[in-house]
Each structure stands twice: as C-alpha cells, then as structure tokens.
Design a protein around this ligand. Structure first.
Ligand code: SAH
Length: 230
C-alpha cells in the first residue's frame, strides 16, 4: 500500500488531512479515489491506516482506521556531510542516507566548503520523499550550517567517525563495533582540513578508511552508512 506523509498538526483523534503536494500526489499521481485505503506517517514514529473520505483541490480528508506507534530502534546514526558545491550530488547523498536509515542529517560548514548548499525546505522535502520511498516512519532531524566544533558541542554523547582518505593507520570501517550513537563525518569536495581532522580526533573521534581509492563525497557517504546501518 502507498505511504503518504502528513505532519502531526494535521492529525486528529479520528481523522487526518493531506495537504498541498501530498494531496496532489494522492489524487493525480496515485489516482486514489474516495473510499480508497492508504498508509500515512507523521514522521514521528506512527503509521496510520486511513480511508479517504473526500478529495478537495488542495486537501484530502481521511478517516483513521488504525494507528501503530513504532519506537525508534538503534542504531542512531547521523550523517554530517560537508556542503557540496554540486547541489545534485548533495541531494543524492541526503536521499540515500535517509533511505539507509539515518536518524539525522547535519550540513557541515567546513574550512574547504565552497558556496552552495540547499534550503532547509528543500532538504525537508527530500527527506520526506525518501522516508516514503523506504517506508520509514521517522523523519530524520535536520541541522544546517554547523561547523565541526558546533557538532562536537551539540552532540557530546555520540561517537565521531571521520571518513578520511589519507593516512595508513585508518581503521577499516567494518572493524568498528556497532550499537552506539554515531556521527559519520564526510568531507566536501576539498576534504577536511588537517586541523578539522585533529580537532575531531582529539575529541575522541576515530578515523576510518573506506578503501584505498578516493571516492566522491556522496559515494563515501553511501558506502560508510551501508556499513554502519545495514
Ligand atoms: N580532495 C579531497 C577528497 C575529498 S573526497 C581530499 O584530498 O581530501 C570527499 C570526502 O569523501 C572526504 O573528505 C572523505 O570524508 C570521503 N572519502 C572519499 N574517499 C574516501 C576513502 N577512500 N576513505 C575514507 N573516506 C573517503
């Protein structure tokens, strides 16, 4: 069955509403009709089964027949990725990270970050599409414009994993033990500066290798997250 998204503010005890893009998708892309059943998530862990009552121009009203809350299960893994100059590559990294099951996305402003980036609204809509695609019920938390030291300050209880291509003593990522709250740091096109790597390492970060070859940032993100999340 198809999964739609609506924020908890559009959900009442017995009814819910899809609005704007979700309502258009419902009627025009999926060609749903009154009486049809469908799934909805609020992105906060609840899956609703609903039946369409009416289709308006910009809203779809539905009656809730079932609600199931799913507690968020570990691992809690956040992707912290340097803002990439090429917007489509950054969007790919985020989409794939959400499909793989990250609990959060941090867009990093690093020393080698060039101008670029995507708006928070665009980021949210990529995340919403990706949770629907992968039929997830938790929408990752989004943090934009954090410097690496902001991340260390704001997430003191996480394990920091820095994907870094240089150095012979990097730990292969598959050798890490699982189960903790992780932040995987992936650099922008220009990589992390030596002082950024040092700072994260001094705060307990572990430097990991994703193999002997230089990957593009979005490939590195997918490769690293696959190891941590699947
Ligand atoms: N020119 C940059 C390359 C950046 S690649 C440099 O010299 O540092 C973008 C990011 O992808 C890197 O910062 C790193 O986080 C990750 N990455 C790419 N290949 C990797 C590898 N083989 N092992 C670990 N991380 C890698």
């Amino acid at each position: 069955m198809e999964l739609f998204f609506t924020p908890s503010s559009c959900i009442n005890d017995e009814t819910l509403e899809l609005t704007d893009q979700e309502a258009r998708h419902f009627a025009q892309v999926f060609r749903k009709r009154e009486g049809d059943s469908f799934w909805v998530t609020d992105g906060e862990g609840t899956l609703y089964t609903a039946q369409c009552v009416s289709i308006g121009k910009r809203t779809v009203e539905a009656r809730i027949s079932k609600r199931t809350f799913t507690g968020q299960t570990p691992p809690h893994t956040i992707l912290a990725i340097g803002v990439l100059k090429k917007k489509d590559r950054l969007e790919t990294a985020i989409e794939k990270a959400v499909e793989l099951g990250v609990s959060g996305i941090i867009l990093l402003n690093t020393q080698h970050t060039e101008k670029g980036g995507i708006s928070e609204q665009r980021l949210r809509s990529i995340c919403i599409s990706a949770i629907k695609q992968s039929q997830r019920v938790w929408l990752p938390a989004i943090h934009v414009n954090l410097k690496p030291d902001d991340v260390l300050r704001q997430f003191p209880d996480h394990r920091y994993i820095i994907a870094h291509e240089k150095g012979n003593d990097n730990t292969p990522i598959r050798e890490l033990t699982t189960g903790s709250k992780d932040i995987l740091f992936i650099g922008p096109e220009g990589g992390f500066s030596p002082s950024e790597v040092d700072m994260i390492r001094t705060s307990g970060g572990v430097i990991v290798s994703l193999g002997d070859y230089r990957l593009r940032a979005e490939t590195a993100a997918i490769a690293g997250l696959s190891q941590l999340l699947i």
